[in-house]
Design a protein around this ligand. Structure first.
Ligand code: ZN
Length: 184
């Protein structure tokens, strides 16, 4: 019998999104810190959904001017843009925006209609440079057990696999830019 409150109707993608262990730990601790409120931020790194080579190397916090409520979250846009610019500069353009992460109070989180709307707009917006942004949602456990990753494009939502990588040597890729996270 189904015990989940939501039916899992998302198409499963063959793609695997890789994430650095320290980035995942950062997201877990930010989610736990937010207590009874949603939180989130941007994720950045390298690769694309089309080439199935996404590596998430950076994640931001929500920023000081974020709006955080029980069922609503809006990140500090200027703060996140400034961080993204720093990451791009420090990596000589190798690191770019990949998508968003946020927290939901669900055991098995799924994108809300507003999430889908936001991500589709990002997929279309020229200033984001990404056709299929990644949405990473961490659920009520505040850890990777309740984390789900989606790729969202035009009229398309797919759940992707997630693989956690050792920070220093993801698949032996030499030109990997090591994690330079936002330090609080
Ligand atoms: Zn959401």
């Amino acid at each position: 019998m189904m015990t989940e409150s939501h039916i899992d109707y998302y198409r499963r993608s063959n793609c695997t999104v890789r994430i650095c262990e320290s980035v995942l730990c950062f997201i877990e601790s930010e989610a736990a810190k937010a207590g009874k409120h949603e939180t989130g931020g941007i994720i950045a790194g390298k690769g694309s959904y089309e080439e199935n080579n996404i590596v998430i190397t950076h994640a931001s916090s929500s920023g000081p001017k974020a709006v955080k409520k029980r069922n609503f979250f809006s990140r500090d846009v200027f703060y996140c843009q400034r961080l993204l610019d720093q990451w791009a500069n420090m990596s000589k353009g190798k690191i770019d925006y990949l998508g968003e992460w946020h927290k939901h109070f669900e055991e098995k989180p799924h994108p809300s209609p507003l999430d889908l709307d936001t991500m589709s707009r990002i997929a279309f917006a020229r200033d984001y440079h990404i056709n299929n942004p990644v949405l990473l949602i961490i659920g009520s456990s505040n850890n990777r057990d309740s984390l789900r990753v989606f790729s969202i494009g035009f009229l398309r939502v797919e759940e992707t696999n997630l693989q956690v990588e050792n920070d220093n040597n993801p698949n032996g890729n030499d030109d990997y830019v090591s994690f330079i996270s936002e330090k609080m």
